[in-house]
Design a protein around this ligand. Structure first.
Ligand code: N01
Length: 481
C-alpha cells in the first residue's frame, strides 16, 4: 500500500461531506462523485411542504461544525440543506466534487485498487472507496392498478413538483409515514379538500414546535462550550436514553410514548376519526412519527382520513374498496423508499470478480454495518445493518468513519494487507444480529420498512453503547490478515 492512499467517495450527502472533510484534514487525496448538481443528499431531494428534521437540530449537526443558528428545536428541511451546503463550502470541499456524474461501475483491479467509472465515461482509480449513498434514496412507487392513468399532476414526495398549484385544490395523499404526516400538517390549511389515504394508523408523537429566540442563538454563538454541552447532552439522551430504551417493546419508554399519544387521541371528540387513527400495534414498531400539527390537521373539516383500501387509481381520482371515487386534482405519493437498494444499480465487482448484486441477491448485509467480505478497502457509512431510526445518523456516520479510518491506518502501516472481513466473521455477526433483532420492538407485529424479506428487522439491534464500543476498536481477528 502506498504511503499516501487515495479515496473515492460515492455521494455528497451528509456522510460523504463528513468523510471528505475528515480526509482533507488528514491530508489524504480524494474525489467525491455526486450524481446531482448540489450536495445535500436526502435534504436536496426532499423539498415537500412541511419537511423538517424529526430529531433535535442540535443533534443533527456534525460534532465539528455545531450550528448556533438553528431556528427551531427541529428545523425545516431547507435550513438543513443550507447547513450542509455551508459546511461543505466552508471546508472548501466543493472543488473536490464531480457533480452531475454518477458512478456506474466500481471494480477491484488486479493491482488491488478500485476503479470507478462514471456515467460520462470518466475513469479514476483509488486505494479505498467510501460509499455513503443513503438508505432513503430511491423512491418507492405503490403497486396500485391504474397508477399511471391519473390525469392530473401526480408525484412522489421526494420528487415534489413545485409548479403545481395546491391552494384550494382537491389533493390526494397516499401514505402516513413521517413524510405523509408532515405533508398533511402543511397542506391541511391550504387544500380545498385533502384526502389522506391511510393503510395503517401511526403512532404520532405530539411535540411542540419550539423556535430558538435570538437571545438563545446569541448565547450559542458566543459560548461555544454551551453549544457543545447541549450537543453532548442531547446525543446522550437520544442515543443512550431514548434510542436504546425503545429497542425493548416492553420498556417504560414505549409505555410512556403510547400514553402521550393516547392522551392526544382521547382529546379528539369524533369517535370515528379517533378509531381510524389509533394504531393497534406497539409504539416504536414502525418508525415513530413526530408532529406538531397532525392532530389539529386531521380534525379540520377539509381533511379526510380514508381507511378503505385503495382499489385502483382512475383518471379523475382514487377508487376505494367501498366503491367510492375520491375525485382529485393532485395526487401525492408519500409511499416511502426502496430501502434495500443502497449503491445499486451501480455495478460493484470485488475480489475474484464477485458481484455485489450476487452477494446481496437475497438481502443486503455488511459486517459491523461497514465492510463486506470480498470487497477489500470498501467502506459504507449508514449502509446495511446500520443503526437507523433510533440513534443519531450523524453520530453514527462519524463513528463509522473513525472505524474505517482505523482500518485504513492499519493497511497503510502494513498491519493488514487489506481491510476485508472474513466470511466467517460476517456470518457470525449476522447470526448474532438477527437473533437480537428478533427481540426488538421492530419485530412486535407490524409491517414496516425496517423489515427485510424474512420479516426480520435489518437495522442494528444492539444498544448504542455496543455500537460505540465496536466502532472504537475494530476486531482485527475478524479481518483477513
Ligand atoms: O415512508 P414510509 P416515509 N397503498 O415507508 C404507505 C425518514 N423521514 O417517506 O404503513 C397504500 O415510512 C405506507 O403504509 P403502511 C424516516 O426515517 C425522516 O414516510 O406500510 N399505502 C406508509 O404509510 C421515515 O421513517 C424525516 O401500511 C401505501 C407510507 O406509504 C422514512 O424517512 C421526514 C402503499 C410510507 O411510509 C420514510 O418515511 C420524513 C400502498 N400501495 C421521512 N405503499 C425527518 O424528519 C406504501 N404505503 C428526518
Amino acid at each position: 500500500m502506498r504511503e499516501n492512499p487515495t479515496f473515492g467517495i460515492i455521494g455528497a450527502g451528509m456522510s460523504d461531506i463528513l468523510a471528505a472533510i475528515k480526509l482533507q484534514e488528514a491530508g489524504y487525496g480524494f474525489t467525491v462523485f455526486e450524481k446531482a448538481d448540489r450536495v445535500g443528499g436526502t435534504w436536496r431531494e426532499n423539498t415537500y411542504p412541511g419537511i423538517a428534521c424529526d430529531v433535535p437540530s442540535h443533534i443533527y449537526s456534525y460534532s465539528f461544525a455545531l450550528n448556533p443558528e438553528w431556528s427551531h428545536f427541529a428545523s425545516p428541511g431547507a435550513e438543513i440543506q443550507q447547513y450542509f451546503e455551508r459546511v461543505a463550502h466552508s471546508y472548501g470541499i466543493d472543488d473536490d466534487i464531480r457533480f452531475s456524474d454518477p458512478v456506474v461501475r466500481c471494480t477491484w483491479t488486479a493491482d488491488d485498487r478500485w476503479e470507478l467509472e462514471t456515467g460520462s465515461g470518466h475513469v479514476e482509480t483509488f486505494d479505498f472507496v467510501i460509499a455513503a449513498t443513503g438508505i432513503l434514496h430511491h423512491p418507492k412507487l405503490p403497486d396500485i392498478e391504474g397508477l399511471d392513468s391519473f390525469a392530473g399532476p401526480m408525484f412522489h414526495s421526494a420528487r415534489w413538483d413545485h409548479d403545481v398549484p395546491l391552494d384550494d385544490r382537491r389533493i390526494g395523499l397516499i401514505g402516513t409515514g413521517s413524510t405523509g404526516v408532515q405533508i398533511t400538517g402543511a397542506l391541511a390549511p391550504r387544500a380545498g379538500h385533502l384526502s389522506v389515504f391511510q393503510r395503517t394508523a401511526q403512532w404520532v408523537v405530539p411535540v411542540e414546535q419550539v423556535a430558538y429566540t435570538e437571545a438563545q442563538k446569541e448565547e450559542f454563538r458566543t459560548d461555544a462550550d454551551q453549544l457543545e454541552e447541549l450537543h453532548e447532552n442531547l446525543q446522550r439522551e437520544f442515543n443512550d436514553g431514548f434510542g436504546t430504551s425503545i429497542l425493548d417493546g416492553d420498556s417504560e419508554m414505549v409505555d410512556g410514548i403510547e400514553a402521550r399519544c393516547r392522551a392526544e387521541l382521547a382529546a379528539i371528540p369524533d369517535d370515528e376519526l379517533r378509531a381510524r387513527i389509533t394504531p393497534t400495534y406497539r409504539a416504536g414498531c414502525k418508525r415513530l412519527v413526530i408532529s406538531h400539527n397532525w392532530y389539529e390537521a386531521v380534525q379540520r373539516d377539509t381533511v379526510e382520513i380514508v381507511t378503505d383500501a385503495i382499489e385502483r387509481i382512475e383518471p379523475t381520482g382514487v377508487r376505494t374498496a367501498d366503491g367510492l371515487l375520491h375525485e382529485l386534482d393532485v395526487l401525492v405519493l408519500a409511499t416511502g423508499f426502496k430501502v434495500d437498494a443502497f449503491m445499486r444499480p451501480m455495478t460493484i465487482t470485488g475480489a475474484d470478480g464477485v458481484d455485489l448484486d450476487d452477494v446481496w441477491a437475497q438481502r443486503p448485509s455488511a459486517y459491523m454495518a461497514v465492510t463486506v467480505p470480498d470487497f477489500p478497502n470498501f467502506f459504507m457509512l449508514n449502509g446495511p445493518n446500520s443503526p437507523v431510526g433510533n440513534f443519531s445518523l450523524i453520530q453514527t456516520a462519524e463513528l463509522q468513519f473513525e472505524y474505517a479510518m482505523d482500518l485504513v491506518g492499519r493497511v497503510v502501516a502494513g498491519q493488514l494487507e487489506q481491510a476485508v472481513p472474513t466470511d466467517e466473521a460476517a456470518r457470525r455477526f449476522e447470526e448474532e444480529r438477527v437473533e437480537a433483532a428478533k427481540g426488538t420492538v421492530w419485530a412486535t407485529g407490524c409491517n414496516s420498512w425496517y423489515l427485510d424479506d424474512r420479516g426480520i428487522p435489518f437495522a442494528w439491534p444492539f444498544p448504542f453503547e455496543r455500537f460505540r464500543r465496536e466502532m472504537a476498536e475494530p476486531r482485527l481477528g475478524d479481518y483477513e490478515s
